[in-house]
Design a protein around this ligand. Structure first.
Ligand SMILES: Cc1ncc(COP(=O)(O)O)c(C=O)c1O
Length: 310
């Protein structure tokens, strides 16, 4: 992802210049952080058109996450969907990472005071595939973190809310200190939960496994897509609990997410996963996902085209 500022930001119903989108230091969101957000990819297809992947599912999750932190969203899902399209069009982004956010508009320092309506904004950044592809080819090194993936409630843990990300940030910091690229977090009972910004999959022989959604994980849209694709490919899949000892002897391990797609794990805490290179099932699923998101396979209502104009 390239993080140079885009030209336009959509804020509360209008497109404004990026540099005009500012928050006051007294904003509740800075102090207590109950922001609901999404990370969505818009892909440039080989035919030249651009399309969002599972945009409707991301917007639904955004609204669910906003409800989980009691934010009253003054726009409908259709309006926020349109805002995402308008933002990439205004910025002339063909390959983009799009981040809608819903946050409390109140500027009260008081804790738990009901604020005004939530504010809604949509950011779009141009996307470059090269860094991702480089990591995908080699696979990454992960650390099983001492930081536990917990949340105040099951509803909150299933939501994409900023407050949940403190654990992931600490875990990544710890992982980098241990010379790794990313972290895998366990739940309070010691089961593998998820990556810092991804879900975890492991291959045992012919079987694919991923932790179930009753654990404190975000039910990833990429995770769901991979479960559908794996079943279509005739792969046996189980959503089941497993611990770090079982993960350590998996034949293949990969992470999944909107930004990482399928990210092979080549090493866990200094120990090779399988042969220490991306394994066959990982490569098969990575290819199937790429086909689905970049429009090379027949669409199944997963893609949301951007009108021509960029
Ligand atoms: C904590 C966490 N888990 C899992 C995921 C993967 O979710 P998705 O596939 O919807 O991007 C993400 C990505 O945003 C995440 O932040």
């Amino acid at each position: 992802m390239c993080m140079s500022g885009p030209a336009w930001v959509w804020l509360n119903g209008e497109l404004i210049p990026y540099d005009h989108a500012k928050l006051h230091v007294a904003s509740t969101v800075i102090h207590f952080g109950p922001t609901a957000f999404e990370g969505i990819r818009c892909y440039r297809w080989s035919c030249g058109r651009s399309a969002f992947f599972r945009l409707g599912d991301h917007i639904e999750r955004l609204l669910r996450s906003a409800r989980a932190v009691h934010l009253e969203v003054p726009f409908t899902g259709a309006e926020i969907t349109r805002a995402c399209v308008d933002t990439v069009l205004a910025n002339r982004h063909t390959d983009a990472y799009v981040r809608p956010l819903v946050f409390p508009g109140s500027d009260s320092l008081g804790f738990g005071r009901p604020g005004r309506h939530a504010e809604v904004c949509v950011l779009s950044f141009p996307w470059r595939d090269a860094p991702l592809e480089k990591s995908q080819q080699r696979g990454i090194r992960v650390h099983v973190s001492s930081v536990i993936r917990t949340s105040a409630s099951p509803t909150l843990s299933a939501s994409k809310v900023s407050a949940n990300y403190a654990a992931g940030l600490l875990a990544v910091h710890e992982a980098r200190g241990a010379g790794c690229d990313d972290a895998i977090l366990l739940d309070g009972a010691g089961a593998v939960a998820e990556g810092s910004t991804s879900n975890v999959f492991a291959v045992f022989g012919e079987d694919l496994a991923t932790p179930p959604t009753n654990l404190p994980i975000l039910a990833g849209i990429t995770r769901d897509t991979l479960l559908v694709l794996a079943r279509e490919l005739g792969i046996r899949v189980a959503e089941r609990t497993f611990g770090p000892e079982e993960l350590a002897v998996a034949d293949e391990v990969f992470l999944s997410g909107t930004t990482s797609e399928v990210m092979p794990v080549r090493e866990i805490d200094g120990r090779d996963v399988g042969a220490g290179v991306p394994g066959p099932m990982t490569r098969t699923l990575s290819g199937a996902l790429r086909g689905a998101i970049r429009g090379d396979r027949p669409s199944r209502q997963w893609s949301h085209s951007v009108p021509r104009g960029i």
